[in-house]
Design a protein around this ligand. Structure first.
Ligand code: 6PG
Length: 244
């Protein structure tokens, strides 16, 4: 596994670079396996990327052969303002010719435990074998100011996740929606490529902690623990990189 960090002047430049990487990864995946298994990130940072993929880059991805997954979801209805699905649907999914059956939404409105079990079943059906020959082609990730990623927050007991790809989780009290469903690090570890999109000075301390862990081999915050089969790309803006 390799880790690469690139710093961009602003979110627009970061999103454009990310769109190129999505298009290139999609092309390679469809050529190699006839499908592109793409995990979307939650939060707000990916919005500009999703709009680019639905607009200028729409013809660079074979949507008919693309499957969409979610790295995590808040336990709210799919049309709720805090739903990761709602943002992705509004900015991307409803605007490109994806077969509806290829959008694998986390049904978090059913409650975290049941939704996690059902999503694990969906993934095990789509990625048979132990371990599966190949899992996701690309996992998009964000990082919170506390260094969380997906819905894996500081203090998470990662040992409890062994053998699971999807688990219920709880966000700290400071978060509006506490009940969550999230992929585990094991699910991401099977991916060919992971790509973080991190922007804003408020992420600076967390990114510094990730860099520290990368350099000294420590655990660091949850985002620092992400591994995958190929490369973990960090696309960050000057604000997060401390160069603003
Ligand atoms: C979530 C996310 C979470 C997010 C980070 C960054 O559901 O909240 O999956 O991991 O990616 O909190 O969020 P922003 O992009 O909004 O800063």
């Amino acid at each position: 596994m390799t880790q690469t960090e690139r710093v961009f002047a602003d979110v627009a430049a970061l999103a454009r670079a990310a769109a190129e990487i999505v298009a290139e990864t999609a092309t390679r995946a469809v050529a190699a396996r006839g499908r592109f298994m793409f995990v979307l990130a939650g939060g707000s940072t990916p919005r500009v990327l999703y709009e680019l993929l639905a607009g200028e880059y729409a013809d660079r991805v074979d949507w008919a052969r693309t499957h969409i997954f979610f790295g995590d979801e808040r336990c709210v209805d799919p049309d709720h303002k805090d739903s990761n699905y709602a943002l992705a649907n509004r900015t991307l999914l409803a605007r490109v010719p994806l077969p509806p059956e290829n959008v694998h939404r986390i049904e978090s409105e059913r409650g975290a435990a049941l939704a996690a079990e059902r999503y694990e079943d969906v993934l095990r059906r789509l990625f048979p074998g132990t371990p599966p020959a190949a899992l996701f082609d690309l996992v998009l990730l964000g990082m919170g100011a506390d260094g969380h990623t997906l819905s894996l927050f500081p203090g998470h007991d990662f040992d409890k996740d062994a053998g699971r790809w999807v688990i219920p989780a709880t966000a700290p009290d400071a978060f509006a929606v506490k009940d969550r469903v999230t992929l585990t690090l094991d699910a991401v570890a099977g991916a060919s490529r992971a790509m973080f999109l991190v922007a804003g000075a408020d992420k600076g301390a967390a990114l510094a902690a990730v860099r520290q862990a990368r350099n000294d081999g420590g655990d660091g915050p949850p985002a620092a623990r992400v591994k995958c089969r190929g490369e973990v790309l960090w696309l960050v803006d000057v604000g997060a990189a401390g160069k603003a």
